[in-house]
Write a protein that binds this ligand. Structure first.
Ligand SMILES: C[S@@+](CC[C@H](N)C(=O)[O-])C[C@H]1O[C@@H](n2cnc3c(N)ncnc32)[C@H](O)[C@@H]1O
Length: 271
């Protein structure tokens, strides 16, 4: 027998949610929005039409960050394995999650410990969802409304991001259901790379020396394009993981002053 919406709290994974809500969900409408709940990295997330539904592919990004942190801390011997990189004495990594949406990446990383996570989104409504998800999962994340780095005033050991990366004229052509998701979460501009260019251009100002950047990308072709942007931006040790994540290291060890910005007044609209 199908579960009813009344016992949503008892649904423990996405398969159970799909079984319970499939017959209640209109065609081309995400089941996660109908249910209002979706799992990511084994954790429950509240989702509304203000946020992208967390994707299983994004778990590759979270795992890549976790494996990097583990590789740096497992021996508990500091300084780290990366020459010249000096982690904090307490082994806590300062992480910036850019384009946080539902907060899934920030919450999943914080729930594992060893991290102080700041999470940014341009959309106030998305941040309200993300805050609720941090609260539900009993973690502390510092949420900031900002157009990328605009309201960020400190540096980080790790920047992680799943930015909008679909080409404007390809949105919804393969999967109509994504048309129900926020346009701001999807639209990467004419070639899909607009937000990557901005992030890669500014990231060295917000990464500690030898800090790492982890970017989710759409496909193999985009991975090569993002790799080139990183090379041109002076990043080193660039790796592509499972065609979905690009990792690179900031080599600048100069203390570049962080520009100060006026508080942002950016708004997002659904479409
Ligand atoms: C692809 S979604 C990713 C959401 C979430 N991190 C995930 O992996 O499911 C991209 C998010 O970026 C946000 N966004 C788009 N442009 C932005 C900008 N200029 N500054 C900050 N956030 C932005 C959108 O509001 C959306 O929540």
């Amino acid at each position: 027998m199908k579960n009813s919406t009344k016992n949503i709290k008892n649904l423990n994974n996405n398969e159970e949610i799909a079984n319970a809500f499939d017959h209640l969900t209109p065609p081309n409408y995400p089941i996660a929005y109908k249910a209002g709940k979706w799992f990511f990295c084994g954790l429950p997330f509240f989702v509304t039409e203000d946020v992208l539904v967390p994707r299983v592919d994004t778990e590759i990004l979270v795992r890549a960050v976790q494996e990097y942190i583990e590789s740096q801390t497992q021996s508990q011997k500091f300084p780290s394995k990366i020459e010249g990189w000096m982690p904090r004495a307490d082994g806590v990594f300062e992480i910036l999650d850019l384009c946080t949406g539902s907060g899934c990446i920030a919450v999943a990383l914080t729930s594992k410990g060893f991290t102080n996570v700041t999470a940014v989104d341009i959309c106030e409504k998305a941040l309200a969802v993300a805050s609720k998800n941090a609260e539900t999962n009993n973690v502390n994340v510092n949420f900031i409304q900002s157009d990328l780095f605009k309201n960020i005033k400190t540096r980080f050991d790790i920047i992680v991001t799943n930015p909008p990366y679909i080409k404007t004229n390809e949105i919804g052509i393969h999967d109509k259901s994504i048309l129900c998701e926020p346009r701001k979460a999807l639209d990467g501009g004419a070639d899909g790379l607009d937000i990557y260019r901005r992030i890669i251009n500014e990231a060295p100002n917000y990464l500690n020396a030898h800090g790492q950047i982890f970017l989710e990308i759409g496909d193999v072709r985009q991975a090569e394009q993002v790799k080139t942007l990183l090379q041109n931006g002076g990043f080193h040790d660039i790796q592509i993981i499972k065609d979905r994540v690009v990792i690179a290291r900031n080599v600048s060890d100069e203390a570049i002053p962080i520009r100060t910005h006026k508080a942002g007044t950016e708004q997002c609209t659904k479409n």
